[in-house]
Design a protein around this ligand. Structure first.
Ligand SMILES: C[S@@+](CC[C@H](N)C(=O)[O-])C[C@H]1O[C@@H](n2cnc3c(N)ncnc32)[C@H](O)[C@@H]1O
Length: 294
């Protein structure tokens, strides 16, 4: 029989995962534990004083006494408030540097009885690491799913959760990218669609996830115009590669420089003299996806 009229569309969770894998392979920088260990040295909550944490926890719908897995916990942006609210938390991350900082914060807050830490990667064998099916009432992963196997990550979180699971994924190009600058210098910027891949996979697995979007604001500080240029130019070059859009190099550098000239102001409250910041703080959204176990 002729297959005229049939088009190849993803039909299964594995098909969506294959597309995800393809998309991830465009990124030149897969960030391993070493990258996060280095970042841990200066890592604090990026969001203070905005409401990302409150909005995420609202979506997680914890009930009194729930046990929690915080996967990719970082320095404890969620672990600490959740433990303070009385929950037992397993805080897991593949970065020993992040876990060390979290452990110090746990000590400082006197939460040792409520928080256990575990060095664990998305791609590890979770059962071999000592976890078991349905071990936690609620499992979440906030801004921490970085793997070429998104389906594996979602399946592991779902497997470890007894009642509910919650994740956030970037809505924009990437959390490290200033989409506004890319648009304003002439790129046709599209969202990352990361949430759409996760929704498709979860739907294929028979879940009925709910979606919301959490805004965050980031204030970047640069020691000099050269540092700002180096970071923003790198962002534009990386975006060109991922989006397969091209602006000639000399033109690209000129546009980035002009954009920074227009948007940088002196950072009044920065400790270093001469420091610069963006006149309009960088805003981005996180796609928050939660599902109750069926
Ligand atoms: C942006 S931080 C988020 C921290 C915290 N969950 C929050 O929302 O503030 C990302 C965290 O995910 C961890 N991470 C990234 N890739 C990971 C992987 N493949 N396996 C385990 N942890 C990972 C990093 O070490 C880092 O601590």
């Amino acid at each position: 029989m002729e297959d005229a009229g049939c088009i190849a569309v993803p039909r299964t969770a594995e098909d969506w995962n294959a597309l995800w894998h393809q998309k991830q392979s465009l990124h030149s920088t897969a960030h391993g534990a070493d990258y996060w260990n280095a970042r841990a040295r200066t890592y604090t909550t990026k969001d203070a004083p905005n409401s990302y944490t409150a909005r995420f926890l609202e979506a997680a719908q914890l009930r009194p006494g729930d046990t929690v897995l915080d996967m990719g916990c970082g320095t404890g942006n969620l672990t600490i408030p959740v433990a303070k609210a009385g929950h037992q938390v397993l805080a897991a991350d593949f970065s020993s540097g992040m876990l060390a900082k979290l452990e110090a914060a746990v000590q400082e807050s006197g939460l040792q009885e409520r928080v256990r830490t575990l060095q664990l990667a998305w791609d590890d064998d979770w059962e071999a690491a000592g976890l078991h099916e349905g071990q936690f009432d609620v499992c979440f992963a906030s801004r921490s799913i970085a793997t070429e196997d998104l389906l594996g990550a979602l399946s592991k979180l779902d497997w470890a959760a007894r009642r509910r699971a919650c994740i956030t994924l970037p809505y924009g190009v990437s959390p490290r990218t200033d989409d506004r600058m890319l648009k304003e210098i002439g790129f046709d910027v599209q969202p990352s669609y990361d949430g759409a891949y996760a929704l498709a996979m979860l739907s294929a697995l028979g879940q009925t996830p709910s979606v919301s979007h959490i805004p965050t604001t980031r204030t970047d500080v640069f020691a000099s115009i050269d540092e700002a240029f180096e970071r923003y130019h790198r962002m534009a070059v990386e975006y060109e590669r991922v989006a397969c859009e091209h602006i000639p190099e000399a033109d690209l550098a000129t546009r980035v420089r002009a954009w920074l000239d227009e948007n940088l102001v002196s950072a009044a409250d920065a400790s270093a003299p001469g420091a610069l910041t963006l006149a309009r703080p960088r805003e981005s959204y996180w796609t928050c996806i939660c599902w109750d176990k069926r």
